[in-house]
Ligand binder design. Structure first.
Ligand code: GAL
Length: 657
């Protein structure tokens, strides 16, 4: 439980640095991230390095006692570099090119640009790799942000062809597995394969999927080229990248595999995120000043899994931001609440974006811990308060020293390839897999259950309840894992609906799951909003939304609920339940609550907007709602922060006396 801040010394007169550093320390901040956009100041002309200012900035910050997270500057290549390599600009799906004049104006597939990235990283790492205060290195910044991935450049086409040749070996094999006989799409050679954009109608879904797999690998290798350089010069530093919320353009599990990062860090903007994701307007309105209660928690729990237990918030919203359609001021108390929320979910560090609001350029309407006149912002005062509270509490300080958060009782499987497949082939225009996963997640959290979000390849032993909101392709052995496990399982629609080559399995969906649950999906019913099949589950009535499957069941599977027209809504066998549709919230709750009870968990209905999270000996309660509530604490609770009456935008923490 440490605090950090993002700081841009190059944007301020150097006469301010020492005072900034001293006040960071006074506030309880221990870590400062710098340099990730400063290429034009590190190397103003090709090969001409100017390190003196960065030496001084680092020494000033380190001299005040701060630890430094150093960013490689490759998200904002300088003008001279773009002029030297004009085709390094990324190309959009419509064939036009992104221009210079903001950031992320590079094609991740450009080999000359990648060489430049390795070169500047090498120069930085050689200079600062051994600096004792530089404890971590961030590669680039938010890879894939601003829709700069995928890129449809010539370089992308060339590397995609090479990637396909490695995957399929012969073009005949590719033609067969892609089903290219359909519409005469057969290719004579790998060199004749184009990128899947600008086709009159849909490109072949496997063509689109392989392109997404390829691009995901490109993002990963782009990071690893830099990580490898950093590790050579700074073997003891943590290597990381700042991921984004609700972001699925690349497979983060694969990115983080083989030790390519030491800690998963992500950028948390709860109010803006609530504005931009697919939530009901009523939820957006209700939580406009607090952020939806699950929106950050979802990614805390996801990135904790991606980091194998270790995660940080690299950028935390500290007030109003600039990039959502509307950017309300957070309710007083929320900036403090978000800090505790991150810690409760296991964050080692919460770092604020940014130290001081810049009065110039693109982010002048984006707050920081200070106003442009250098006085503390309202959010900055809340951070100082949280830091002081933690320092003064023996229990919170002890938790701050403790290791990673322990295993939760519930696992929710989230899979990036499933996201891509269902995006490529939504079939119902409002079917979004991540949104379905979020619906399951929020239902679990509303019932006060702690959740680990994990990959389909994770070790699932020891969970009491495992929720699979949908998994397009069942990995080998997954059905055996279910069979051997003693957990309760809830499996959602579209599971086992595809093969790795994006085809319908020969035995029909749910594919290999049929060996465990003997039913098959005859047809799928893509539901326009006016079509609302209804059902009753455990006494709770509700409807299907977006998607429903027509199941033909065989002996050995029990139908727990049917729709009004007779089709099964929920089927089960032993510890495994399968939902044939995307349900409305009451039905999702009935489904998950029954499974949680069978798993001997204790699902407690929390008041609206209230969430709890346990970490070590402490239980944290958060109130995102509009009313003060009584904290759902046992009678013998001893409060180490706050009290039993939990105000709006407030937090309390207790331990069992
Ligand atoms: C992030 C980015 C930061 C800053 C911030 C503003 O996406 O990494 O550099 O732009 O958003 O909210």
């Amino acid at each position: 439980m440490q605090l950090g801040v993002c700081y841009y010394p190059e944007q301020w007169p150097d006469t301010m640095w020492a005072d900034d550093a001293r006040r960071m320390v006074d506030m309880g901040i221990t870590h400062v991230r710098i340099a990730e956009f400063a290429w034009s100041r590190m190397e103003p002309r090709a090969g001409v390095y100017e390190w003196a200012w960065l030496d001084r900035a680092i020494d000033t910050l380190a001299g005040a006692g701060l630890k430094i997270v150093l960013g490689t500057p490759t998200a904002s290549p300088p003008r001279w570099l773009v002029e030297a390599i004009p085709d390094m600009l990324p190309v959009r799906a419509d064939g036009t090119t992104w221009n210079y004049g903001s950031r992320r104006h590079y094609d991740i597939c450009s080999e000359p640009y990648r060489r430049e990235c390795v070169r500047i990283t090498e120069a930085m790492a050689a200079r600062y790799g051994a600096h004792p205060a530089v404890v971590a290195w961030q590669t680039d910044n938010e890879l894939g942000c601003h829709e700069t991935v995928p890129s449809y450049s010539n370089a992308a086409r060339q590397r995609f062809r090479e990637w396909l040749a490695r995957r399929y070996e012969t073009v005949g094999e590719l033609n067969t597995r892609w089903g290219n006989v359909f519409w005469s799409m057969e290719y004579p050679s790998f060199d004749s394969i184009e990128l899947p954009n600008l086709t009159p109608t849909d490109a072949n879904p496997i063509h689109l999927l392989d392109f997404r797999r390829f691009m995901s690998d490109e993002v990963t290798s782009f990071h690893r080229e830099q990580a490898e350089v950093v590790r050579r010069h700074a073997p003891h530093a943590d290597v990381l990248h700042n991921f984004m919320g609700f972001f699925t353009t690349f497979d983060h599990y694969r990115f983080a595999s083989n030790g390519s990062i030491d800690v998963a860090t992500w950028d948390s903007y709860p109010i803006a995120r609530t504005e931009v994701i697919a939530l009901a307007e009523a939820d957006k309105a209700r939580y406009a000043r607090t952020g939806h209660p699950d929106v950050s928690a979802f990614d805390h729990d996801r990135y904790r899994g991606i980091g194998h237990g270790r995660f940080w918030v690299m950028e935390q919203e500290a007030g109003p931001v600039n990039w959502a359609p509307w950017n309300p001021v957070p309710a007083p108390g929320m900036v403090r609440l978000w800090a505790y929320e991150a810690f409760a979910h296991g964050a080692e560090l919460v770092s604020y974006f940014r130290w001081r609001q810049a009065p110039f350029a693109q982010e002048q309407m984006h707050s920081g811990l200070h106003l442009p006149d250098n006085t503390p912002s309202p959010g900055g005062r809340e951070v100082a308060r949280a830091a002081q509270e933690i320092a003064e509490s023996a229990e919170l300080s002890a938790l701050a020293q403790s290791g990673p958060a322990g295993r939760a009782p519930v696992a929710l499987v989230f899979d990036y390839e499933t996201q891509w497949m269902f995006e490529i082939q939504r079939h119902a225009k409002d079917f979004d897999y991540q949104t379905l996963a979020f619906e399951y997640y929020r239902t679990l959290r509303e019932m006060s259950l702690d959740v680990d979000i994990v990959s389909a390849h994770a070790d699932l032993d020891g969970y009491a309840l495992i929720v699979v909101p949908g998994l397009a392709v069942l990995p080998p052995g997954f059905v055996d894992t279910i069979r051997r496990s003693s957990a309760q399982w809830v499996i959602g629609p579209r599971t086992g609906s595809k093969t790795l080559d994006f085809a319908i399995p020969s035995e029909l969906p749910p594919g290999p799951l049929q060996t465990l649950l003997p039913f098959k999906v005859l047809e799928v019913d893509s539901l326009r909003p006016s079509l609302q099949p209804s059902t009753t589950l455990g006494g709770v009535s509700g409807i299907a939304l977006h998607w429903r499957e027509h199941l033909e069941t065989r002996d050995g599977v029990e139908v727990l609920a049917r729709f009004d027209d007779g089709w099964p809504a929920v089927v089960a066998r032993d510890r495994v339940r399968y939902a044939s549709a995307w349900f409305d919230p009451p039905l999702h709750r009935a489904l998950l609550e029954a499974a949680a009870r069978d798993a001997s968990l204790n699902p407690v209905h929390l008041p609206e907007g209230v969430r709890i999270r346990r970490r070590g000996p402490l239980t944290f309660a958060f109130n995102f709602g509009a009313q003060a509530v009584e904290a759902p604490a046992p009678a013998n609770a001893r409060f180490v922060l706050g009290s039993r009456t939990l105000g709006t935008a407030d937090v309390c923490v207790w331990t069992q006396a």
